[in-house]
Structure formats: structure tokens, C-alpha cells
Design a protein around this ligand. Sequence first.
Ligand code: FE2
Ligand code: FE2
Length: 181
Amino acid sequence: MNHEAEQAPQADWDQTTLSVLIQHILDTHHAYLREALPRLTQLAQASNSAEGGKDAAGVCGVLEGLRAEIESHMWKEEMVLFPLIRSLEEAEASGKPAPPSHCGSVRNPIRVMEQEHEAAKGALEELKKRTVNYTDPAAAGVSAAMVQELRRLDEDLRHHIHLEDDILFPRAIELEARLAV
Ligand SMILES: [Fe+2]
Ligand SMILES: [Fe+2]
């Protein structure tokens, strides 16, 4: 086993099947968001009332908006886009043509997901600004532990979006194009 490859698993995502990459996204990033967003929203609501409001209301509002958008976004990926990509991969593996899809080309749901990623990155920028780049709990009216959690959320979500926008989606578009030949 190549030790370097173990330390840089990211490099391998160009080589694995798309189903393996999708499973990794689900197990790592979707699972994290489903656990973290309700918890962080509750924590922000608590500091909002405990610390007399200040800017915690702002952080709380951003988190509530992000949670609503991301939960619906993940649902669409899990129910529509990811099953479509898996079916394209199964078709190629079994030498069959692309299966019919009610959303037409894979590019259609991908375009929507990319737009929603931009909106999510906008929410992260807002959190970053309110916490002064995740360094100033007082400015945001939240605890130091909360700022660390928000920093982790930022890192995890940006990496998640990178795996989808820069690896999974381009590879799915190439796969669909190969099947159309
Ligand atoms: Fe996702
Ligand atoms: Fe996504």
C-alpha cells in the first residue's frame, strides 16, 4: 500500500468509481451536516437568548437559512441526482445505453446543484464575516466553542462542495457523454 496515497485520499477520487465517491460524500459530509446543523442552530438560539441577542441573532438566522436550504439540497442529491449518476455508471459497466431519465441530461440537475452550492457558500461568507474569519466570538455574540464549530462547518462544507463541483459532477458529465457515443 502506498503510504502517500493513504495520506492524500483526495487524489484517489479521480480513480474510484463514482458510486464509491457518492457513498463517501453521503457517509462523511451529508451525515455530518445532518448531525451538525440542527445542533449548531440550537446552540446559536441558546446563546442568542443567554447573551441578550447582540449579533447572535444574525448567526442564528444565517444558520437557520443554511439548514433549510442544505436539507432540501441534500434531499435532491440523494433522491434524484445521485441515483441518476449511479444508473449511468451501472449502464456503462454492463455495456448498456444510458437509462431514460425524467430530468433529461445529468447536466440539468447538476446546474441546479451548482447554483445551490453558490448560495451555501454565500451563507459561509456571512458566518465568516460575522465571526471575523472565525477568530472573534464576541463580535458574533457566540461562545468560543461555537466559533470553532462554525470553522469546522465552513471547512467541511467547502470540501464537500469541492468533491461535488470539481470531481463528481465533471466525471458524471463525461460518463454521460461516453454513453451517448
Ligand atoms: Fe452533497
Ligand atoms: Fe451538493
